[in-house]
Design a protein around this ligand. Sequence first.
Ligand code: GUN
Length: 291
Amino acid sequence: MTATLIDGSAIAADIRAEIKTRVDALFEATGRRPGLATVLVGEDPASQAYVRMKGKNSVEVGMESFSYKLPATASQEEVEELVRELNANPAVNGILVQLPLPKHLNEEAILGAISLEKDVDGFHPVNIGRLVMKGRQPLFIPCTPKGCMELLRRSGVQLEGANAVVLGRSNIVGMPVAALLLHANATVTTCHSRSKDLPGICRAADVLVAAVGRAEMVKADWIKPGAVVIDVGVNRVDDPSKKSGYRLVGDVAFEEAREVAGAITPVPGGVGPMTIAMLLQNTLDGFERTV
Ligand code: GUN
């Protein structure tokens, strides 16, 4: 059996088109456009690329993009002061501080300084707290987990009662995606580097979300035949045949996994474009609450 490909690039393009239509209509009605501010501290090449894509995509859907770059040596006070300025700027509806931050900075304090109404990453402790509690409504849901859920929804995957396994427990993906799967009435297991028998746990999954950041760790024999596999990993591996010297692979050994899974996301072209589409959706939602 060869798995159905879940085409995140195509689904994200549809969502961006829907967002652009709404942004244009709102501009007609109000003369204003949603604004997204990105803050990058330091010069990590992967983070630079992500932030560039976020700015480019926001402009393409008709939003205003504000891009801030601070040196890796920026102080806690400098970063927090910039966040406070952006909180006060009415042209800015969403503030995204790219993670990871340099080690000397206090991430929790910086994310906590972002105005709740502009927290388009959904990482403010109040938004995360509401996300993990039953019956509470966060103002924003973190973009990558939200993108995973949207891929599952648009692919018609039944989550109610399904065994969902999340491989990885990061604040950015593993923990929030587990919360969202639980809200969708899946039976959720989170596993990680200290779990015993990772292959066995994964093999019980009807829906497997791999978010560990280890290149091609999930092999074909970790996957239940017919399972839905969402691969969140974006790992650089050396590839001398490429001009860049590397290529991107997921956390799942894609070529062998697709022979076992029922449906699977590729890397690149799966979850990645959905993360940005959800960021744009969150920015639009934030803007709509102000008009
Ligand atoms: N680094 C990796 N993923 C993300 C994300 O979704 N948001 C931010 N701010 N940083 C990230």
